[in-house]
Design a protein around this ligand. Structure first.
Ligand code: PLP
Length: 412
């Protein structure tokens, strides 16, 4: 028995079937310990947007580690790299004069935002605004607030009460959002957490007009709109840095992580619109947010973020992500002709899911795909995830679709 306890794993199965151990990566390919190569359909966990094996990201980290690996950003301290990274992220965000609070990953970002919205309302004299609303199929990370907000029932089950004052509404229903705010009382609702394109819950692009209408309802009731862009940020939704830009959301807060460093080092952020940050930035007011992490703004992670954002810009990878939007829709679309495929959800950014007619087969399909030299994972209820690096060529997308077809045929 090995010591490593895998996240999100049935360890009994892993113990009996063995681990799948990777040793290196290059572009859209990863290699196992026997140097067999696999097409990486998911860019790791939706993060390796620039692809694997980028030496210049390793060098950015190494340069910072050699200079000053880390210190503290509490109080008035910071390393210049951290300040530069915050400026850079703020300049890309679709909110003017945004403030950037760094975390160590997506779950940190969501729980930080969950605390921040409550503190915000407290500072505004409305401490009774504590309720957080999320959507069915939502995934908001695995800390306490994020787990409480989960719209995937299995992810919140069996812990007892995690956090008071949360509510889940249907992912496509603006009417239910409005009715829920009315039922709870608009004066009690702090924020609505919303993935512009639902990711881990199954890759669900928003229903036509949903995001604009939901944003409007929040505005009407003074409910803060938190765009959880942990997956969708930094170009994943094709052409724009954030899905919030594409869908004209003007969010009050954005939570992000993953693509900020392309996953080369752990980093996340909460991006706050100017009006949300304002109560905490007033000179002489004596208001401060008693919140933060040892590794908030870790300089090596920030150095990687800066270089990663340079890379995305220099190689125009947001345009490549846009190209993948139609390439995935076209190539994966033909899988609907297979009798095991119920639907393919694609067409909004470099994300897609292939939904099976028999949901229980998804884990087997993942295994069958490994035989076809493709790595992916099950997502939602009975789908498999496709979210490649933006450098995946159209030929490689075709190869991926062919691999999925062959693996499906292997199952039957
Ligand atoms: N929010 C969303 C939308 C996510 O997809 C994820 C992770 O997949 C998280 C939050 C949590 O991020 P992390 O796993 O980095 O803690």
């Amino acid at each position: 028995m090995g010591a490593f306890w895998h996240p999100f794993a049935d360890m009994g199965d892993v113990e009996s079937a063995g681990e799948f151990v990777l040793s290196r990566g290059e572009g859209v390919w990863v290699f196992d310990e026997n140097d067999r190569r696999y097409l990486d359909a998911t860019a790791g966990l939706w993060f390796a947007n620039v692809g694997h094996g980028r030496r210049e990201l390793a060098e950015a980290a190494a340069d910072q580690l050699r200079t000053l690996a880390a210190y503290s950003s509490f109080g008035d301290m910071a390393v210049r790299t951290t300040i530069d990274a915050a400026e850079r992220v703020a300049s890309l965000a679709p909110m003017p004069n945004a403030k950037v609070f760094f975390t160590s990953g997506g779950s940190d970002s969501v729980d930080s935002a969950a605390k921040l919205v409550r503190r915000y309302w407290h500072e505004l004299g409305a401490p009774e605004r504590t309720v957080l609303i999320s959507r069915t199929n939502a995934y908001h990370g695995m800390h306490v607030a994020g787990t409480a907000l989960a719209g995937i029932p299995g992810n919140r089950a069996d812990y007892g009460e995690l956090m008071a004052d949360t509510a889940v509404v249907d992912r496509d229903s603006v009417d239910e959002l409005r009715a829920t705010i009315e039922r709870i009382g608009p004066g009690r609702v702090a924020a609505f957490f919303c993935e512009p394109v639902i990711g881990a819950g199954g890759v669900y692009p928003p229903a036509e007009g949903y995001l604009t209408a939901a944003r409007q309802v929040c505005r009407e009731y003074g409910v803060l709109f938190v765009a959880d862009e942990v997956v969708t940020g930094f170009g994943r939704i094709g052409g724009d840095w954030f899905a919030s830009t594409r869908f004209h959301l003007e969010p009050d807060l954005i939570t992000c992580a993953k693509g900020i460093t392309s996953g080369y080092l752990p980093l996340g952020a909460v991006i706050a619109a100017e009006h949300v940050a304002e109560p905490f930035f007033r000179p002489g007011a004596g208001v401060w947010w008693r919140h933060g992490y040892t590794y908030s703004g870790h300089p090596a992670a920030c150095a990687v973020a800066l270089r990663n954002l340079d890379l995305l810009e220099r190689e125009q990878l947001l345009a490549e992500s846009k190209r993948l939007e139609s390439s995935l829709a076209k190539q994966l679309g033909r899988l609907t002709e297979h009798n095991l495929v119920a639907e393919v959800r694609a067409g909004v950014g470099a994300v897609a899911a292939v939904q099976l007619t028999e949901p229980a087969l998804a884990p087997q399909l993942v295994k069958a795909l490994r035989k076809q030299a493709v790595t992916t994972r099950a997502v939602g209820a009975g789908g498999i995830q496709v979210s490649p690096a933006f450098v995946m060529s159209d030929d490689e997308v075709r190869l991926l679709a062919d691999g999925i077809w062959a693996a499906l045929t292997d199952l039957r």
